[in-house]
Structure formats: C-alpha cells, structure tokens
Design a protein around this ligand. Structure first.
Ligand code: KG4
Ligand code: ZN
Length: 379
C-alpha cells in the first residue's frame, strides 16, 4: 500500500511517499520519497522556532514540497483538469485560514491528477498548532479531491517507529521496548508494549533536551540548531579549561528529566567570566564538551535504568537529538550485550514525513469526525 505522509509539526515541511507491505509480524517498507524543506535559515536569527514565521513558510512550501515528493516517487501525474466553481469554492471555504495554500492547491489540482496513493497520513499533534493546521488542511484537501482516506498520526509515535525505516531493522520485532524520544520539543521515556500500547514513564519537567542544546548554544554564540553545533565542537575540539556542570535529576528515583537548571548553570558561569574568557575558543570548547556530556549522561543513565526495570531487551532512540553520534555511542556502550539498541539514520532522526507514513501503516488510527490540530496530543 502506498501512503503519502505529511509533517508540518515544527519547522520542517516534509512530505514522503512510502510503499509498505505486511506479512504476519514482518513488514517491508520502501521509501519512495522523503522531500523536506528546512526553515533553519529563517529561524537562525531567533535562536529557536518562531511559530508565525514557521506557519507562513509551511503555507508557501506545502505545494512545492508535495510536487517534489510525488515527482521523486515517480508518481506525479501531469494531466490538465478543469475544476468546477463548486470545487473551487469548497476549497476556499475549507481553507479559509490558508488562502495562499488554497490558491496553490487550485493550480495543483488543475495541472495534476490523482497519483497512485492509497492513504494520506498527517501529523495531528503534538507540535505548534498553527503549523499543524497547514498539514491538516493540505491532507483534508488532497483526501477530498483524490477520494483517499486520511489517517491522523501522533508525532511522538512516529518518532518511535522511525528506527524501522531502516531496512536492517524491518524483520526485527522490537516489542516490548523502552523508547527514548528526544527532540527540541520532547524528552520522554516510553514503555512500548506493542503497536498502540504505550506508557509514558518519564518526561521533562521543563525544557526538552534539544531545547537545552539550542538555548545554551545561543548563550555561547555557537550557532543554530545548537545540538549539531555543540556535537561538532565536542567531537573535534580540545580544551585546557575544565568545567563541571550539574547532571540534573540523574539519581532521582524516577525517569523524569529537568534541563532548565543546566541552562541556568551555563548562563551564570558565562555571566561571571570576563569578556576575554567568554570570547575565547578554549572556554567555548570546554563548555560545549561539558554541556553535551551532562545532557547525554542523564539521558543514557535513565534510559538504561528504565530498560532494566521494565525488563525489556530493546532500546529505541528517536527524535532530533538521537542524531547525536555521541548519544548513540554512550547508550550502546552502556547497553553492551544486554540490550539491542535501535535507531534511525540521522535524516530520519530529525522530523520527517516517512516516519509519519510508517506510523499510519503500523498503527492506523481512526479519523475523528471533528479533525483538528492538537498541540498537546498525548501518545
Ligand atoms: O526532531 P526534531 O527535528 O524537531 C523537533 O520535533 O523538535 O529535533 C530538533 C532538535 C533540535 O533541538 C536540535 O538541536 C537537536 O534536535 N539535534 C541534535 C543533533 N541534531 C539535532 N542534538 C544533539 N546532537 C545532534 N547531533
Ligand atoms: Zn519531532
């Protein structure tokens, strides 16, 4: 079955086409396309995602990314169609908050016919509500004009399944497992019993791990997004300075996290230093190394403890921060032979629509009568 996936939950407009087949517990997924328009340049100067700018960029990029995705999947059917006035007014009315998208879609439907697609998967939440709406509006219009079912997807659930986009993991049944989902918006430890059977056992009480990377990188002027900028320094640079930052909640008898204290510790250390030190490469390198160690130590220790206590054999990593080679190495080394650690390649760690399409395939949810964007959607 061919599924078109759409994700506009944060700052990437992503549309993918997958071809998925099931054979008992084993399945096979071909990724026919995974088109992504990144907004990193737009948000760089704010040091984080600016929701109204993100929404506008999604509206502008949605149809071009759709065309690229269908074209990459060799599934763009060029054929002139004339839309009736009724069809046009349905579209304008349905997308009354998205006139730009409605206009682009009218042109799209007049130029291209229905591709070979069996379902449309779209992120319903969690995420930035104005951004989620763009994806939902796009899916609603495509579903109506192509007469194809729409499957709502939980973004965190999609991150859990992203490791399965890798061919070598597809014939491996990883239930039950402990998943660590770490991104700019989430830091959760989830007990994954089976498809659709999840228990959040740990969560962040304030900032997400990715948010901590982004905010501390901003304090130090290291670049945006902070995670990859800090990792690059931590993996390639050396420092004579020794800094010790806290490992918040590392020994607390639960699986929760708190990263805002770490950010504050970085901020106060930075404030205390005189200008020359603040600007020195050596200080910045020392900070980057220690920030990364502190975040990874806490994530790894709590994930391993959860895996032991929940008596599972598998650990799944997902979300933008799981693109970190240092995090994967640390967790794999602690896991040793006791646990199998599964994760996606970096392109599928960060937000992408292929994982959204896969989640719809592995755990299809019913479309609610009143389908709306839910920024706090629980898994
Ligand atoms: O999953 P994602 O693309 O979007 C959200 O749903 O938030 O995650 C983005 C986050 C950012 O905070 C970014 O700094 C972080 O993932 N990130 C990393 C790395 N690559 C991306 N953090 C640490 N190391 C990395 N290599
Ligand atoms: Zn995400």
């Amino acid at each position: 079955m061919k599924i078109l996936g759409i994700d506009t939950s944060c700052d990437d407009t992503s549309i993918a086409v997958i071809d998925a087949k099931k054979n008992g517990a084993i399945f096979e997924v071909g990724i026919l396309s995974n088109a992504i328009s990144s907004q990193t340049e737009i948000h760089r100067k704010w040091g984080g995602v600016y929701p109204s700018l993100a929404k506008r960029a999604h509206q502008k990029n949605a149809v071009p990314v759709l065309i690229k995705s269908l074209n990459d999947a060799k599934n763009l059917v060029k054929k002139k169609n004339t839309l009736s006035e009724n069809q046009k007014s349905w579209l304008r009315k349905k997308l009354d908050h998205d006139p730009l998208l409605a206009k682009d879609l009218i042109k799209f439907f007049e130029k291209y016919s229905k591709p070979d697609i069996n379902a449309i998967a779209v992120t319903q939440g969690p995420g930035l509500e104005p951004c989620l709406w763009v994806g939902i509006n796009l899916a609603t219009a495509l579903g109506y004009f192509w007469n194809v079912q729409i499957i709502p997807v939980n973004h965190v659930e999609a991150h859990i399944y992203s490791a399965w986009l890798e061919k070598e993991n597809q014939n491996f049944n990883f239930f039950p497992s402990i998943a660590l989902i770490v991104s700019g918006g989430h830091t959760q430890i989830i007990y994954v019993k089976g498809a659709g059977e999840y228990q959040i056992v740990g969560d962040t009480r304030d900032d997400a791990a990715g948010e901590c990377f982004d905010k501390t990188a901003r304090i130090l002027g290291l670049g945006y997004p902070g995670g990859p900028a800090i990792e690059k320094i931590a993996r390639t640079c050396f420092s004579k300075t020794k800094i010790k930052l806290p490992r918040p909640m590392i020994k607390s008898p639960n699986y929760d996290f708190s990263f805002s204290g770490l950010k504050t510790a970085v901020f106060y250390d930075f404030l205390k230093k005189d200008d020359k030190i603040k600007k020195s490469r050596d200080y910045k390198n020392a900070m980057a190394i220690e920030i990364q160690n502190a975040i990874i130590d806490v994530l790894a220790e709590k994930t391993l403890r959860a895996a032991k206590n929940f008596n599972v054999k598998n650990i799944i990593l997902g979300g933008g921060v799981s693109a970190s080679a240092s995090l994967k190495e640390k967790i794999s080394s602690l896991a040793g032979a006791e646990f199998k650690v599964l994760y996606p390649s970096p392109i599928f760690s960060t937000d992408n629509a292929a994982m959204v399409a896969l989640a719809a395939f592995l755990h299809p949810r019913d479309l609610p009568e009143n389908f709306f964007a839910d920024s706090n959607l629980e898994i």
